[in-house]
Structure formats: C-alpha cells, structure tokens
Design a protein around this ligand. Structure first.
Ligand SMILES: *Cc1c(COP(=O)(O)O)cnc(C)c1O
Length: 358
C-alpha cells in the first residue's frame, strides 16, 4: 500500500523493527540514555537551546499544552488561521476561556505578515497562535516575515504549530524568538503516532509560572527537570521512543540540509507532475508546501469516489479534503522518508483512477 497522506507517514523497516522491541524499565538507565539521545537528535531540527519536552499523546495535545501552560482565562490571544488546523488551535484557546480574536485568511492562501502587524497594532495580545504549515490546504506561511512584524510591535508569546513541518522544512526556533514549537512523531519523523515533541523558551517557562489555566497531565513544569535527566513524570510510550531513536539516527546520517533539500525537490516535483496531468493545484504557488500538496478534484468527478477507487483498485491512499474542502480537493503527503518515486507511483495511480471514472 502506498500511504501518501500527510501523516501517519510510512515508517522505514528499521523503525518498525525498533518499535517491536521488548519493554524496559522506564525509570532505568537505558531509557534515560535513550531519551537523552532522542532529545539530542531532535535539537538540530528545532534549532533551539531551550528545553525539548516529549509528551505521550498526539500532536494536538502539544498544541493544548502550549495554551494551558502559558495562558490564563480571559487572556487576549490572536489566532492566525489559514485552514482546519489553525482553526483547531484557536478552538483549543477558546475552549480554555482565552479571549480569542481570529485573523483568518482565505483557504489556500498564506498568512499576510502586514495584516498580522495591523491586528497587533489594534490590540495588545498575550499570545499569537501560528501554523507553520497548514496541512489541510498545503500552504506554508512565511514565519520569518511574520515574526519580524510581530517583534516590531510588542512582545506577545509566539505559539507555533509546526506539526507537519518540523523535520522536513527549516524552522529557526531561537532565531525567530518562537516560544513554544510543537511537532508530532507520525509526521516528518517517520515514526508511529503517540508522541508530541515541543520546545519551550525561557519566556514561556516564565509565563507558565503565572498562567492560571488548570492542568495536570500537560503541565510542562512536571516534565522539565525529569526530561533533563532523560526521565518522565509518568510512563512514556517506549515503542515510539525506540522508533524515534532509529529515525533520528537515519536523519542525522542523511543530514539536516539534505533532508530540507530533498523535501524541496520532492515538493517541486509533485507540483510539476500534478500540473503535467492537467490537474489544478489548490494552494497559492508562492506558498505551496513541500510536505503536502492539495489538488483540486476535476469538475464532474466525485472526490470521495476518487479516493475510494485509489484505495481499492490502486493500493494508494491519499488524504481527502477536510472541513469545507471535503470532496473538493485531495491531498498528497510527501514528508518523512519520502522519495520522488513514491510520489510518481501515487500520481500514476491517480491518472489511472481518473481515466476509469470518466
Ligand atoms: C496532523 C496535524 C495536527 C494534529 O496532529 P494529531 O497528531 O493528529 O493530533 C495539527 N496540526 C497540523 C498542522 C497537523 O498537520
């Protein structure tokens, strides 16, 4: 089966072998060493000197942790959104009683830094919620420019969903002054789902000391000292840790820059190949993501039937459209241990499925 959704991504065979290993004492020295290696392997991709916390949970819990650890009910928050995941981040903040102002951009377009800047000029915000790579539309927003416009104004906390970008697209956490950056094991890391990994800046730790949203499992302070010793406050997902160690060693051998270059190459190739099939790309080409490509379902074709045909007759699984894009687009994931060949095979299947449906 060619699994071409934007996460979970296919795991390499050595990762799969590792996740099947025997359990260990999670408070013992082997797991402490393993955790230190995993955190050390993640650090170059986060580009941060700050603490990196591992939560046994999916990526959404990482976003929730960013909110509950830094904010108090009633805090003014600017949620910048370009799709389903930006909206979800906003909903989490609303759910915990933050005073959320949404700055929404048309789906398929990127965040306009100038509009963020004007929103910040109008009101003082405690935090800004940003999505680096909007997986539902296949758009990567220009975080560098956005952050420049934010620092020029005041100093809100910058909480960033980098779940489908970190490990595949460059992101300079410290250089951009990002306070919490969240990713998830099943995306670019090529590991099964089950862990959210997040960096926490000094400013975020300081905010946590006064943040009044109730929390327990996601209380990052409980993880801070243990993780420095390679420990956890409670039982972590050992299989995901085993897998991460192997995946990160592969990534170290390939090299950070080579990984970013490969994703750029595969992304460009995907877009060219989609266009060559006569299909229309959904995202603004200037901000098209190098980890996921959204393709418009051609006029007269039922998007759901198309993904079903791909799955049942061509052993190819692509992502459907989410929210208001259901049935209107399909999405090809190309993040993690992906090659041009993987995409070509998927697109060959798409071309055959489209012919069969006519
Ligand atoms: C996948 C994804 C999420 C959700 O992650 P889960 O692990 O499913 O909780 C959130 N944001 C983005 C941008 C994603 O790609």
């Amino acid at each position: 089966m060619n699994l071409r959704i934007p996460g979970p991504t296919p795991c390499p065979p050595d990762v799969l072998a590792a996740v099947g290993r025997q359990m260990m004492n999670h408070r013992g020295p082997e797991v402490a060493e393993l955790t230190r290696r995993v955190v050390g392997g993640l650090r170059p991709f986060f580009r941060t000197e700050s603490d990196i916390i591992l939560l046994t949970a999916s990526g959404t819990a990482g976003l929730e942790a960013a909110i509950v650890n830094t904010l108090s009910p009633g805090d003014p928050v600017l949620a910048v959104t370009t799709g389903v995941f930006g909206d979800r981040f906003a909903e989490i903040a609303e759910g915990y009683g933050a005073d959320v102002t949404r700055l929404s951009f048309e789906w398929g377009t990127a965040v306009d830094p100038a509009e963020v800047s004007s929103a910040l000029a109008e009101k003082r915000f405690r935090a800004v919620l940003l999505t680096h790579n909007e997986t539902s539309t296949g758009v990567t927003s220009p975080l560098g420019e956005i952050c420049e416009s934010i620092h020029a104004r005041s100093g809100p906390l910058l909480l960033v969903d980098a779940i489908s970008s970190l490990g595949a697209l460059p992101l300079a956490t410290d250089a951009l002054g990002l306070d919490v950056v969240v990713t998830g094991s099943q995306k670019a890391w090529g590991v099964p789902p089950g862990m959210a990994m997040l960096s926490v800046s000094e400013r975020a730790w300081h905010a946590a000391s006064t943040a009044r949203i109730p929390r327990f499992y996601l209380d990052l302070e409980r993880y801070r000292a243990p993780v420095r010793e390679g420990q956890f406050p409670w039982t972590p997902s050992l299989p995901v840790l085993y897998g991460l160690e192997v995946a990160l060693e592969r990534m170290r051998l390939e090299g950070e820059e080579a990984i970013y270059a490969r994703h750029a190459r595969v992304g460009a190739h995907t877009r060219a190949a989609v266009s060559a099939l006569g299909l229309e790309l959904f995202a603004d080409p200037r901000f098209a993501s190098n980890t996921v490509t959204a393709v418009r379902v051609p006029e007269g074709i039922d998007g759901k039937a198309l993904t079903r045909t791909l799955r049942e007759r061509h052993a190819t699984v692509v992502g459907g459209g989410q929210g208001k894009l259901t049935g209107k687009i399909f999405r090809l994931g190309h993040l993690g241990f992906v090659t041009v060949d993987d995409v070509d095979q998927a697109l060959f299947a798409v071309s055959r499925a489209l012919r069969e449906r006519k």
